[in-house]
Write a protein that binds this ligand. Sequence first.
Ligand SMILES: [Zn+2]
Length: 119
Amino acid sequence: MTDIKDILFAFSEEIRLRIILLLKDSILCVNCLTDTLSIPQPTISRHLSLLRRTGVLEMTKDKLHCYYKLNKSEPFNSLKKDLTRSFYKALKGTVPFKGDFKRLRAVGKNCNANCKVRV
Ligand SMILES: [Zn+2]
């Protein structure tokens, strides 16, 4: 069961915050996240796993790919939404977040999965 400490822990590391903000309005495969962040896939996967366990992200699958998006269900749905919005407002123009959004636009164009890039 997710509690408030899990949510705060999920948002407490920069790499997880980068992932969360990339997924604010997008649905992305692991390759898009890995290519955008230029971080090794095992590292990304470890953080994605934690973000799923804490209920911040959810994963869906098609035949070939796994997709990640924000989990907009309870518990703490409005807190997760408010934290994501607040961090986005505060950080969108700063390094490394600004570059992440720019790279995601380019990476998304070359993705052959069914990612939905909205940045
Ligand atoms: Zn993709």
